[in-house]
Design a protein around this ligand. Structure first.
Ligand SMILES: Nc1ncnc2c1ncn2[C@@H]1O[C@H](COP(=O)(O)OP(=O)(O)OP(=O)(O)O)[C@@H](O)[C@H]1O
Ligand SMILES: O=P(O)(O)OC[C@H]1O[C@H](OP(=O)(O)OP(=O)(O)O)[C@H](O)[C@@H]1O
Ligand SMILES: [Mg+2]
Length: 286
């Protein structure tokens, strides 16, 4: 099983980090190599440009791929299926035009020229509209093209909006919302390894923002404590040896959203819990 992942750029590090956290540790270094083995002898990682990954998966050079949804759409591969939204690399492909110009709506683009690194996504977008502008493919610095009279508008990636603003461009319309996805070629989806990889990656995503809470509770206060633990499924309750004064005690373990931890600690303490421990969770397998 070969997984194609971004070899550089902003998606490289978070992808490697995710594989590591999922337990798919890379064995022989990730830098400047084409391939890396992982702890799983059946799983190899192939490093490729983010834009080439969908094609690698479709062609069979790799079986699974991790890259932006924008790249999957641009590659127009029809034999791959999405397996998981990895929820990072969030950005939008937008149609943008000079702030002080007269393009305020898609309809203003009749006879116009659009510069983009995403000619296919752009073509598909305009196919659903009443206008049919010329599309010019560029390979970078797209935001510059309206200022050098190469284009009237652009379709480009934005996330914070800083680059558009710096170039005095305003969003006319959203073309596509993107984030990084795990996807696979349809003819390998039955391989149990695919599900293993998907489960491992989704277990990391599920654990993000969660904490594991452990505490001791006198048995006769258990109901009060249970009431104040915000539910992500019921807590686990275990008998423990009686307290020093012979009081019957139980251990209560629960998975809690990180943002609820502060309040929950106060609440369970007031309800009678003691020896409260909070730990991070690496993975949460369904
Ligand atoms: N500003 C951004 N915020 C969030 N995600 C982004 C942003 N820019 C790009 N991305 C996502 O990252 C993907 C790859 O972009 P990145 O800039 O890392 O690679 P690249 O420009 O293709 O790299 P290179 O040209 O150096 O190979 C994009 O297709 C998109 O999904
Ligand atoms: O809305 P913002 O936060 O400003 O992000 C948008 C910018 O990010 C990307 O460029 P990147 O930094 O990847 O440089 P690149 O053009 O070299 O790929 C994208 O092409 C935009 O130019
Ligand atoms: Mg880039």
């Amino acid at each position: 099983m070969r997984i194609a992942v971004p070899n550089k750029g902003r998606l490289h590090e978070p992808t490697i980090d995710l594989l590591e956290r999922a337990g798919l540790h890379l064995e022989n270094g990730a830098d400047r190599k084409l391939y890396a083995d992982t702890v799983d002898p059946e799983v190899t990682v192939l490093f490729a440009r983010a834009a080439d990954i969908p094609e690698y998966v479709s062609d069979g050079a790799a079986d699974l791929g991790i890259t932006g949804f924008d790249q999957v759409r641009e590659a127009r591969v029809d034999d791959v299926a999405e397996l998981l939204d990895l929820e990072f690399g969030r950005c939008r492909l937008v149609l943008a035009a000079p702030e002080d110009g007269d393009i305020d709506a898609v309809e203003d683009l009749t006879g116009a020229t659009i510069a983009t690194e995403f000619p296919n996504v752009t073509t598909d977008f305009f196919a659903d509209t009443s206008v049919d502008p010329d599309i010019v493919e560029v390979s970078g610095a797209t935001e510059l093209t309206p200022h050098v009279e190469m284009a009237d508008a652009i379709v480009d990636i934005t996330s914070t909006g800083t680059t558009l603003k710096m170039n005095r461009l305003a969003v006319v319309e959203e073309v596509l919302a993107s984030s990084v996805r795990l996807f696979g070629r349809e003819d390998v989806l039955d391989d149990p390894k695919v599900d293993e990889v998907r489960t491992a990656l989704s277990s990391v995503k599920r654990a993000e923002g969660k904490r594991y809470l452990m505490m001791n509770v006198p048995r006769d206060r258990l109901d009060d404590v249970r009431e104040v633990i915000p539910g992500l499924g019921g807590p686990t309750i275990m008998d423990i040896a009686d307290g020093s004064d012979g009081e019957a005690m139980v251990a209560v373990h629960a998975v809690v959203n990180e943002r609820d931890v502060f309040e929950t600690i106060t609440d369970v303490k007031n309800a009678g819990a003691s020896d409260i421990l909070v730990t991070e969770i690496e993975r949460l397998v369904e």
